[in-house]
Design a protein around this ligand. Structure first.
Ligand code: GLY
Length: 370
């Protein structure tokens, strides 16, 4: 049965995230109130032959003229060049301001097509059709759209909320195991931030979701979307609570950056898993969180086949990691903002964290001294 999560905030039109099975094959019905006449599917190149055809057939049967714009798979498409190519392709289709763009694929396509929708003719509506677990529970919900530049990831973007999100659980069946596990890291993150009971279920009965068990994946996607929707509703533009969604990301992003964002070595989800484990252990080291909570977090990630230990990689340099975490290679002696935890389900924003304390902690975890 399809379940519906409302995303409602003060600064944007409310919308539904529909979670269920067979939603892509039923796109004609699911989108009949939004998509009329014609539409364009912006699709990850990996799903053109599969999901894009399914969606196109469903919409065509509902009387919609459909074209597909394929986007080369991979983060490199989230670039100025990729944005320009996509906007030119949309212009060539002659879309007008009443048309709705469909973003079909993982986070790359959602972020890129969402930004193109925000810019095209000063803004047109778009729908997110996420086909990866990470996109279903995180990037398709909340309206963050962006491309990367030489200065860093997601540096150019806009808040542009979708008109609807269809999270089709059946799409997860074809995901490579490593990609599914990576999405599971974000699922566990939601429990760690706000819902200890949910985390307990994910670490126990629901753990089979990380291996693709649909009976566990479906409720996990619903609950994770509910948590994300509640946080976005409170704070769309990340002036406060939304920063909690960055649990594990300050550590994780520094690790990914040091590895040159090489997904063959460390995927984003693996970085989030290791980052969350570090954030919990640092919280323990600071006397903020009981050690058994960090242990439970670590076991849940490790049980899903995700990394939790820095020393399982070639040694990182503590000073370089700190500089990355601060987003500033020159400043010294400054302070960091981190998402830390008082307990499982109780994350908080900690400003003014002492860099030296973080550096000493990273060394204790196996990083080379600065
Ligand atoms: N992925 C974090 C956020 O949407 O704020």
């Amino acid at each position: 049965m399809t379940q519906v999560v409302q995303v409602a905030g003060t600064g944007f039109r409310p919308y539904e995230v529909r979670v269920g099975r067979g939603l892509l094959a039923d796109a004609g019905g699911q989108l009949s109130d939004l998509v009329r006449g014609r539409t364009v599917i912006v699709a990850d190149g990996n799903v053109v032959a599969s999901h894009a055809r399914t969606v196109a057939a469903a919409l065509t049967a509902a009387g919609v003229a459909v074209s597909i714009i394929p986007v080369p798979p991979g983060e490199a498409s989230k670039s100025w060049r990729g944005l320009e190519t996509l906007c030119d392709a949309l212009l060539a289709q002659g879309l007008d301001r009443k048309d709705v763009i469909l973003a079909l694929g993982g986070g790359v396509v959602g972020d890129l097509a969402g930004l193109a929708a925000a810019l095209y003719m000063r803004g047109v509506d778009f729908v997110q059709l996420p086909t990866s677990l990470l996109a279903q529970v995180d990037s398709s919900v909340g309206g963050k759209t962006a491309i990367d530049t030489a200065a860093g990831k997601n540096m150019i973007g806009a808040f542009h909320q979708p008109r609807r999100v269809l999270a089709d659980i059946d799409a997860l069946a074809t995901l490579p195991a490593r990609q599914l596990r990576s999405g599971w890291a974000e699922v566990l993150k939601h429990g760690l931030i706000r819902d200890a009971a949910y985390f307990g279920w994910l670490a126990g009965e629901g753990a089979a979701g990380a291996q693709g068990d649909v009976a566990a994946l479906e409720p996990a996607v619903v609950r994770s979307v509910e948590i994300k929707a509640a946080i976005v509703s409170e704070d769309e533009k990340e002036a406060g609570a939304r920063a909690l969604l960055n649990l594990g990301h300050t550590f994780g992003h520094a690790l990914e950056a040091e590895l040159g964002f090489d997904e063959t070595v460390m995927t984003h989800g693996e970085a989030v898993a290791l980052g969350c484990a570090l954030a919990f252990r640092f919280s323990v080291a600071q006397g903020l969180c009981p050690a058994d909570h960090a242990g439970a977090a670590e076991r849940a990630f490790a049980g899903a086949g995700l990394p939790t230990r820095l020393d399982s990689y070639a040694p990182f340099d503590a000073g370089r990691l700190i500089a990355r975490m601060a987003g500033d290679k020159k400043a010294e002696g400054g302070r960091l903002t981190l998402i830390l935890a008082r307990a499982i389900g109780d994350a908080f924003v900690q400003k003014d964290v002492d860099r030296d304390a973080v550096a000493a902690f990273l060394v204790s975890e196996g990083a080379r001294p600065a």
